[in-house]
Design a protein around this ligand. Sequence first.
Ligand SMILES: [Mn+2]
Length: 356
Amino acid sequence: MQMTMRWFGQGYDPVRLEHIRQVPGVTGVITTLYGTLPGVVWEEGAIRAMRETVEAAGLQLAGIESVNIHDAIKVGSADRDQYIDNYITTLERLGKAGITLVCYNFMPVFDWTRTDLAKKRGDGSTVLAYDQKVIDAIDPDAMFSSMSAQSKGYTLAGWEPERLGKLKELFALYRGVDEDRLFENLAYFLERIMPVCGQYGINMAIHPDDPGWSVFSLPRIIKNQEDLLRLMRRVDNPRNGVTLCTGSLGANPANDIPGVIRALQGRIHFVHARNLRHTGPGAFEESAHLSADGSLDMYAVMRALYDTGFQGPIRPDHGRMIWDEEAMPGYGLFDRALGAAYLNGLYEAIVKENRR
Ligand SMILES: [Mn+2]
């Protein structure tokens, strides 16, 4: 596997590529053209510049997170084919630039959701946290305002103000889109893009819903092993794969992550590794990556990845904010660097134990 870190791009991410380069074992970054709205075709020059910037820092551009999906594709409206054509053109241009991993999600209206972006822990660090009881007491507008107010001025990935400024219209758009309809729209999209993915060797890696249950009564279709396997069978092409996000799936204690990894053998193209602590029904707070700091067994996760022959990029997902660092919520350099070092240590031990 290849250890990577997420980087939001020049002018957006206060973390510098030069510093990512100094994290032991990290050889690549996962990035995107941040600020590009869903539905827009990516410029070839911008793709090239993005790649050159990463390579000039001595790192490899290991994949894109994300190329976001326009709402027309998710709801299956009459103009969806135009937006799928745009997506295909973007994939073609990425493929020509040698980029062969694309992470995306298929969540309606809201992307990843948290109720607290800086929850103070006993150790003085802050973390992202979620409590369903808080969500149940507010409306979607309040949710958006709350996320924006806590973002310290950064635009949060998937929370584009341009889109979410029209929340009422967005909710209206999804009226009548139930889980089956959403799933069929996803399958339609994947079937249309599979040929270009095959041509350029692009692995599509769907990110699970975060958290993996319905928020504001919107449908959610990528919540657990059953959902993921259903999608793998529905579009049964190795290019149709998964971003195994331990934190998103792990928010639900019923999900057995090592079991999911084994069930999806060969279809996991990208891994997000982080830990969290379950704090009550429908509630969790993120933690350090260390198994002992949260509810997930990160050794068992790395072990399952090793056993199933996972070869793709992995990145430490959200970390705590520590040592007075100022960065995008969840994406400080320091704790993610500790996470990368820890995951590398687990993996080295597993590899060597199995060679004996
Ligand atoms: Mn993730």
